[in-house]
Design a protein around this ligand. Structure first.
Ligand code: ZN
Length: 264
């Protein structure tokens, strides 16, 4: 999608003027609004369709692709398909929701790219999909600890640890607590690593994202740490995820994440 598409916003059509509403029956009013609103998705789809269609043999997409239609064919076929396309009959509200979801996905992708982009010039970049499992035998009051398996990345060994604990919720009164999640990156087996051939410090940039099969929607944010024999553990970073997701993860026995590592 291009930037112009990302910035599209659908503002709700203002309702009938109050004075008119009082004179109309509720039924006729809702029928009237619906007829008017039902035209919106097709108009937006056509605006979003890039450029004009040439009558050559290049396959083009249906104008309702954004709403979920996957039909593609030559322009003349697509033009007649669009008159019958089931996605053209989608309700404005549903279409609005679909668009919002798409825009959210797209914004996350763009933000991820923006955050990863500065590090693409680094010599090494790797990602690993992690399965973090809850440490089950711990004190009741201790924070929940989820640890990943040890994994190799950038020719070093690592683990990711996520901790979720109850903290007082400042916004509420002192008796109310909320789940607070943090994570850190731990360099394991490092004593063998820092030898004469390797630098004694490694400035690493890391980033948590969803793996292919998760949707925790972490904020795409990168963090730095200079790992060395005496600084094997990064600082503890607040999980860049919504409170509801942190609450959900704390109830689980395991979850998946993807971690990106970058090194100059
Ligand atoms: Zn279609």
């Amino acid at each position: 999608m291009s930037n112009t598409e990302i910035q599209v916003r659908i503002d709700p059509i203002p309702d009938e003027d109050d004075r008119n509403v009082t004179r109309r029956s509720k039924k006729s009013r809702s029928k009237h609004s619906k007829n008017r609103l039902s035209k919106i998705p097709s108009q937006i789809c056509k605006v979003l369709r890039k450029g004009s269609r040439s009558e050559d043999t290049e396959p083009v997409s249906c104008a309702y692709k954004l709403a979920g239609c996957s039909f593609t064919d030559v322009a003349s076929k697509v033009n007649s398909h669009e008159r019958e396309c089931s996605f053209s009959k989608i309700k404005t509200k549903d279409f609005h929701n679909i668009l919002q979801d798409r825009l959210k996905e797209e914004n996350t992708r763009v933000k991820l790219l923006e955050n990863v982009y500065p590090y693409l010039s680094y010599n090494d970049a790797e990602f690993t999909d992690l399965y973090l499992t809850k440490d089950e035998d711990q004190d009741e009051d201790a924070p929940f600890v989820f640890t990943s398996q040890t994994f190799d990345s950038l020719k070093m060994s690592w683990r990711v640890i996520v901790q979720i604990e109850d903290v007082p919720d400042e916004a509420e009164n002192a008796n109310v607590s909320r789940k607070h999640g943090t994570f850190f990156l731990y360099q394991s087996g490092s004593s063998a690593f820092y030898n004469g051939r390797n630098p004694s410090h490694n400035k690493i940039v890391f980033l948590l994202t969803d793996s292919e099969c998760t949707s925790h929607n972490p904020e795409p944010k990168a963090f730095h740490h200079e790992f060395s024999q005496t600084h094997k553990e990064s600082k503890h970073i607040t999980l860049p995820m919504a409170q509801a997701v942190v609450d959900d993860l704390s109830e689980r026995h395991a979850f998946q994440m993807r971690v990106w590592l970058f090194k100059k």
